[in-house]
Design a protein around this ligand. Structure first.
Ligand code: ZN
Length: 378
């Protein structure tokens, strides 16, 4: 029995060292030392101790083997992104459009069910435009959220936005609400989520290993000043092991330049969520080319954005391996990628998502739910 115990503890030690698992174990379950002591007791207790040890070993292995899953949900030109961390915690970023018989809330619920998510630990509202915030109440009526996060007071003062923000704050008042500013982290267990833009502000310190001059700034002129809600978007940088993903929601052109020029504080990313549904009021070369993404995913609709000039900027980005779109774009018939990279074709039923599964090694798989075909990157 002694040798079995030794092997168990040895395996636990190896599991902890290999997977960094021990830090993720709540203190009350960190029984290694006490178990070692208590296991010098009668048989029944010894068996219980060993069971706990083996559960920890196998939990360690399964935690380490799990991927980060990201569902880019089709809301016909709105935004809804579901992330499920290997820790089991989840986060929804925006909730698509309201109405259409609860179309987008139903689609979000379907993705959540597929991911085994019964509540969102965090729900981030990037800004207060209709395709991002208005559907939050209908969505949380189906799947509740523990903590709501946003950029703070609305800059848009029109009656439609004011009403939508009031309804959102009503929903948030039943849970916890946090206002995000650049430099904050979303405390999603198992994943590093850094706020890089919020309420028109950008991070000023580069992330580790970044901060070099951006060669694309000099050839990227600014555009007219945008004072809309888009310019307030919460932008998030995700790091999971060696994988990095940037999602700036609908952040507009001049704010991109504020963030990315003259020095690039982000560095390179593996996956870029194309901003603003592929609208050319966003998506400068100084953003996309400087980030050097391997893969991009665009949350456009059939007729909502997916602008030809943006598709061209993406396709000419150095090092790009694949550009995915939620929809074939009627605004750029000659510039769409091959069908295999499009989740919803012009004549196919809508509502297919794109799923990304990421390993800590940085390898990731992108699955087109329309075709069921997965491709590996990195
Ligand atoms: Zn939008």
């Amino acid at each position: 029995m002694k040798s079995v115990e030794s092997v168990a503890f040895l395996l636990l030690d190896i599991g902890r060292k290999l997977h960094g698992f021990w830090d993720a174990v709540p203190a009350e379950f960190q029984i290694r030392e006490t178990a070692r002591k208590d296991c010098s007791c009668p048989d029944m207790k010894k068996k219980l101790c060993l069971s706990i040890v083996f559960v920890l070993i196998f939990s360690s292995a399964s935690f380490a083997g799990k991927a980060l899953d990201i569902y880019v949900i089709d809301t016909e030109g709105g935004k809804a992104l579901l992330l499920v961390s290997p820790s089991g915690q989840s986060m929804l970023v925006d909730a698509g459009f309201p109405g259409y018989n609860d179309r987008d809330a139903i689609r979000i619920e379907e993705a959540a069910k597929a991911a085994g998510v019964r509540k969102f630990d965090f729900l981030v509202v990037t800004h207060y435009d209709m395709d991002h915030v208005n559907n939050v109440p209908a969505t949380v009526a189906r799947i509740p959220a523990d903590t709501f996060m946003d950029h703070g007071p609305a800059v848009a003062k029109d009656p439609v936005t004011t009403k939508a923000v009031a309804a959102y704050l009503d929903a948030a008042a039943k849970a916890k609400r946090v206002v995000l500013k650049p430099g904050d982290k979303v405390p999603l267990k198992g994943l590093d989520v850094l706020v890089v833009t919020s309420a028109g502000n950008v991070i000023h310190s580069p992330v580790k290993g970044a901060g070099f001059p951006n060669p694309f700034c000099s050839s990227t002129p600014s555009k007219s000043v945008d004072t809309s809600e888009n310019s307030q978007s919460v932008g998030l940088l995700y790091t999971f092991g060696k994988f990095r993903m940037l999602d700036l929601a609908d952040l507009t052109w001049n704010k991109e330049l504020e963030l990315m020029c003259p020095n690039n504080p982000i560095g390179a990313v593996d996956l870029l969520m194309v901003s603003h549904h592929g609208y050319d009021a966003s998506n400068s070369q100084a953003l996309i080319h400087a980030l050097h993404p391997l893969v991009t995913i665009m949350n456009n609709g059939l007729r909502k954005f997916g602008a030809a000039v943006v598709l061209k900027t993406i396709q000419s980005s150095p090092g790009l391996q694949a550009a995915y779109q939620l929809h074939w774009s009627e605004n750029a018939p000659a510039d769409n990628p091959p069908d295999e990279f499009i989740a919803n074709l012009w004549d196919s039923p809508d509502g297919k998502w794109i799923k990304v599964s990421v390993e800590p090694s940085g390898k990731f798989t992108v699955t087109n739910a329309r075709t069921g075909i997965s491709k590996n990157y990195k």
